[in-house]
Design a protein around this ligand. Sequence first.
Ligand code: GDP
Ligand code: FE
Ligand code: FE
Length: 200
Amino acid sequence: MSDFTYQENIVPYSRAELAQKVAANLSESRFQHCLRVEETAIKLAELNHADVERAAIAGLVHDYAKQLPDEVFIEAIHEAGFDPELLQYGNAIWHGVVGAYFIERDLGIHDETILNAVRRHTIGAPEMTVIDQILFVADFIEPGRDFPGVVQARETAFADLAAGVRFEILNTLTFLIEGQKKIYPKTIDTYNAWVPTQAH
Ligand code: GDP
Ligand code: FE
Ligand code: FE
C-alpha cells in the first residue's frame, strides 16, 4: 500500500508519515494487522462505492491505541469526560472507544467519520455508517485472520457488507458468551439492532 497517496486533507501527514507514526506505537505484528485492515477496507470501500480514502485511513489507524498501558486509558477516562462505566472493562473495549481520543490527539485526525468508525470498530453500534461497517468488517476478515468461520465471514462480507456485519456480531457475541466473558452493553445493543429477524 506504500504507493497509496492521500488526495484530501483529512490527515496532516502523507500516508507514509502516518504509517510510520502508527508503527512507532505498535509491535510489528500489530502494525502488519493494521496494514492488512487498511488494504481490506480499501477493497470493501471500492466494492460499496464508499469513500476509499476515509476507509483506508480508518483501517491504518484503528488499533493505534491497542498497546497503550491500562493506566494511560484509566487516566484518559477520568480526565477526558468518558463514561466511568468504561472502568469496568479493559483494553478490548478501551482501545476503540477511548483509542479515538488518542488518535485525534496524537495523529491530528479530527474527521468524525473516521473517529466514529474507530470508536465502533470492536463493539459496533445499532446505527452504523458505511465507513463504520467497512472498518468493523475489514478488521474481522483481513487476510491474516484465522478462526472457524473466517472463510464464510469473508464470502458473506464481500457479497453484502451489512450481512457481513450481522455475521460478525453474531459470531463475536457467541464467542464471548461461550468464553463467559463480560459483555459490554453496547455490544448487545449492536446485536439486537442487527441480528434478530423478528421483534420477539
Ligand atoms: P483487534 O483489536 O484487531 O484484536 O479486534 P477488535 O478490536 O475487534 O476486538 C478486540 C477484542 O474485543 C476481541 O477479542 C473481541 O472478541 C473483544 N470484544 C468485543 N466485544 C466485546 C465485549 O462486549 N466484551 C468483551 N469482554 N470483549 C469484547
Ligand atoms: Fe481493535
Ligand atoms: Fe484490529
